[in-house]
Every structure is written in structure tokens, then in C-alpha cells.
Design a protein around this ligand. Structure first.
Ligand code: PHE
Length: 450
């Protein structure tokens, strides 16, 4: 039975394919849409600095743990955590780690598709000349029916790719789209730096400004780090399960995290010169790329084309992320039921589409229920649980075997982080946040910055 499972379980065809798929999962709307507006709302460079700290201290060790867990057990997140716990002589109930992460990933997918749909609409608007006027693009995204159409279109694309499986679907799309993504990203950033307010953007993003740091900065940065690196959502355990035995997890994790962070910073350098050029407010919030940028595109030479290309870029990034989000749940059902991959993808994608539809019709549902539950509760909780699992439940020697390629220094950092740093830091943020006693000054005061 075990041998049969192992032999039918799919594997990446090359290290390149794995890295493209994993970077494709990490790089997404989190980098191009969420990172710029979070940075804008949280004081620019202060946020950027804390964000990078969160990526290195929290997201990197959790990512290493997830890849190691998946690679070891060769199953979906839920099955892997159960199997590995039992192997270590602990209770199979530790599969709760996998359950929380899987739920988080699935919930992220529901609204991710709605925003990705808007991105598709705006890309189409650009190429159709919709940015000729400041509000031209709204014509392409104004009624609920139109919003549903784009949400539907994006989800169907995601389902179709996941149906084709690891090699024919996910790998193929990632290895073609990710190199294209990097080309367009570099091109647009150079254009923006040369034509926009590059100096103002550089100062805003990188000139140290510690006065803007508050407790809220830490909470926002932590959530953003997990979201952007795609951890705590079952994906990296699932993608890790497709890794061959001899792969180097430490170096892959460092590469994925670096690529993701560099893309976020480049996205800042692409977007803020344009925002500052026309004196827009960087703290415009959630709609920053949807409201601020089109206004700028309407005043720029070739604005329709540049705008269309910008949103096409975001679309590519979103698609390689959404396929990973769907894959994580599909992999679990596939292990336990016999509908076949395609049927599973349609069922789960259809279900996610329906929950996402709630977000089209009700912003309160999107922002309140889904975003708070997934972003502020399930993702941090999932990261906390993965760290506890890798740091306390699984013996250190077993983690060392899975991370055998990692240098002694990297492994020591990893183990200290999953054992102490991540649980303590996230634990306090979760308790303070859930307790509603949390307020902006509190954590800042706790860490001596307030
Ligand atoms: N990391 C993706 C992004 O930055 C989103 C995502 C979150 C994907 C969680 C998978 C899991 O857009």
C-alpha cells in the first residue's frame, strides 16, 4: 500500500520546474497589489524594514518546515502532518496543523479570485483603450454581473490548469509564465523609474523613518509576510511533497523567499514613482492600484498599453498563485476519494467560486468574514502550528535528516526559530489581537518602540 502510494505520487520533472512553481505561488497579488497598499498605509520605509524582518525571522523558517514536512511524508498537508506525527510516536490528531492550513488556503482562494478577476478586467480595459479617460476602466468593472463574470472566468482558468495535473498543468504554466513575468516586470519598472518620480519613491520606500513604526506595523507586516510567501496555507507542504528525496530544501527556501521579497520591492519601485508623479496619496488603501494607477495611465503617453501590460503582469502573477491555492485542497481530496483530479478540481473550484461570489455582492463579507478569518486568524494560527509541529512535535533529528543539505548555521537558526521565535511572537500577536485588547500602541510599547 505504502509502496503503491509512493509510486503513484507525482514528482516535479526538474528543480527548475519546482522553483518556478513555488516562486509562482509566492509571487502574486500579494506582491503587486497588497504589498504596495500595505506599505502606503503603514508609513512606507518603516513598514518595508519590519516586513523584511518578518520574512526572514518568521516566513523563511516556516517555509523550510513546510517543504521538509511535505517532502518527508509525500502527501497532502493534512495527511502529511498526521503521518509524520504518528511516525514520531505522537498523536495523529496533530493533523489539525494540516487542517488549519488547508482551510486557510481554501479561504484565501475564494476572494483571491475576485481581485484577480478585477485585474483581468483592467488589463482588458487597457488593451481596449479604456484608460483614455481617468474613469474609463470602471466601464469594464462596474456592475455585479460583470464582476461575477470576471471572477468566474478567472476561477475557470484556475480549475482548467489544476485539472491537467502537476506536469501538464501547473509546471507547464509556471515555467512559461514566470520567465515572462520577470521580463515584463523589469521592463515596466525601468519605464516607471525613468518617467516617474523615482527619487520620491526611493526615499519613501528606503529612507529609514522609525517614527512611523507602531504595534500595528508589526501585525500588518507579519500577516503580509505569510501571505506573500504562501506559507501557512498547505501549499508549500503540498509542493514539497512533489520534491525528490535528494533535493536541497534549505537553499530552495532561501531562493523562494528572496525572489518573493525582491519582486515586492521591485513592485514598489514600479508603482510608487507613478503614484508620486501625479501627487496621489500613497495611503489610498485597497484600491491603490485600481483607482490611482488608471488615473495616471490616462495622462501618460501610451498609457493604455502600459496600463494593460501592468494589469496583465498582475494577472500572470495571480494565476500561478491561484493554481497553487486550489492544488493544495485538490491533492487532499484526491488522496481520499476517487472522483479523479479533474472532477475534484471542478467541485472545489466551484465551491470556492460560490463563497467568493459572496464577496462580490457584499464588501462586509469580503473584508470582514473572509479577510479577517483567513488573513488575521487562520494564516497566523497556521504558521504558529507549523512552527510548533516542526519545533516540538517532530524530533530534531528527523528535521535534521530532511534538511540535511542545510549548513549547520542555517539549521541552527531554523530550529531555534520554529521552536521559540515564531511560536512566541505569533502567539502574543494572536492572543492580543483575538482578545481585542490589542491596540496600536500596545505591541510597540512591548517591544520598546512605543
Ligand atoms: N503568495 C500569494 C501572493 O502573494 C498568495 C497566496 C497566499 C498564495 C497564500 C498561496 C497561499 O499573491
Amino acid at each position: 500500500m505504502a509502496a503503491a502510494l509512493a509510486s503513484t505520487h507525482a514528482h516535479w520533472s526538474s528543480r527548475f520546474a519546482f522553483i518556478m512553481a513555488a516562486v509562482g505561488s509566492a509571487v502574486g497579488l500579494g506582491n503587486l497589489w497588497r504589498f504596495p497598499f500595505m506599505t502606503g498605509q503603514n508609513g512606507g520605509s518603516a513598514f518595508v524594514l519590519i516586513y523584511i524582518g518578518c520574512v526572514l525571522l518568521f516566513a523563511l523558517p516556516v517555509l523550510m518546515a513546510e517543504l521538509a514536512i511535505g517532502r518527508h511524508a509525500q502527501q497532502s498537508a493534512i495527511t502529511s502532518t498526521r503521518k509524520m506525527a504518528v511516525e514520531a510516536g505522537k498523536s495523529g490528531k496533530w493533523s489539525i496543523v494540516g487542517w488549519v492550513c488547508t482551510a486557510a488556503g481554501f479561504l484565501v482562494l475564494t476572494t483571491y479570485s475576485v481581485i484577480a478577476g478585477q485585474v483581468m478586467a483592467f488589463s482588458a480595459a487597457g488593451f481596449a483603450g479604456g484608460f483614455a479617460e481617468p474613469d474609463g476602466a470602471t466601464m469594464f468593472y462596474n456592475t455585479d454581473t460583470i464582476k461575477m463574470f470576471w471572477h468566474f472566468a478567472f476561477m475557470v482558468l484556475t480549475i482548467l490548469i489544476v485539472s491537467r495535473g502537476l506536469k501538464g498543468g501547473i509546471e507547464r504554466v509556471a515555467t512559461i509564465l514566470m520567465p515572462l513575468f520577470f521580463l515584463v516586470l523589469i521592463g515596466l519598472t525601468i519605464y516607471s523609474m525613468m518617467n516617474g518620480a523615482a527619487g520620491a519613491a526611493l526615499t519613501y520606500l528606503f529612507a529609514p523613518d522609525f517614527s512611523a513604526i507602531s504595534g500595528q506595523t508589526f501585525v500588518a507586516a507579519l500577516g503580509q509576510a505569510f501571505f506573500s510567501v504562501s506559507v501557512a496555507s498547505a501549499i508549500m507542504i503540498t509542493y514539497g511533497s512533489y520534491l525528490p528525496r535528494d533535493s536541497n530544501i534549505g537553499s530552495s527556501a532561501v531562493l523562494i523567499v528572496s525572489a518573493d521579497t525582491i519582486v515586492a520591492l521591485i513592485a514598489g519601485l514600479m508603482i510608487f514613482p507613478i503614484v508620486f508623479m501625479v501627487g496621489m496619496d500613497p495611503a489610498a488603501g485597497l484600491g491603490l492600484i485600481f483607482t490611482a494607477l488608471p488615473q495616471v495611465f490616462s495622462t501618460m503617453p501610451a498609457g493604455n498599453f502600459i496600463g494593460g501590460a501592468f494589469f496583465a503582469l498582475a494577472f500572470i502573477a495571480a494565476l500561478t498563485s491561484s493554481i497553487s491555492l486550489l492544488e493544495a485542497t485538490v491533492a487532499f481530496i484526491e488522496e481520499n476519494a476517487s472522483f479523479g483530479r479533474s472532477m475534484t478540481a471542478w467541485l472545489l473550484g466551484g465551491f470556492a467560486f460560490m463563497i467568493g461570489a459572496g464577496a462580490v455582492y457584499s464588501e462586509a463579507f469580503a473584508g470582514g468574514f473572509v479577510d479577517v478569518l483567513s488573513g488575521q486568524i487562520l494564516l497566523p494560527l497556521g504558521g504558529f502550528l507549523v512552527a510548533v509541529f516542526a519545533g516540538w512535535v517532530i524530533p530534531k533529528s528527523l528535521m535534521r535528516t530532511e534538511l540535511s543539505h542545510a549548513s549547520p548555521g542555517l539549521f541552527a537558526f531554523f530550529h531555534f526559530a520554529v521552536r521559540y521565535i515564531v511560536p512566541v511572537a505569533i502567539g502574543s500577536i494572536l492572543v492580543l489581537g483575538l482578545d481585542d485588547r490589542f491596540n496600536a500602541g500596545r505591541i510597540g510599547a512591548m517591544v520598546g518602540l512605543g
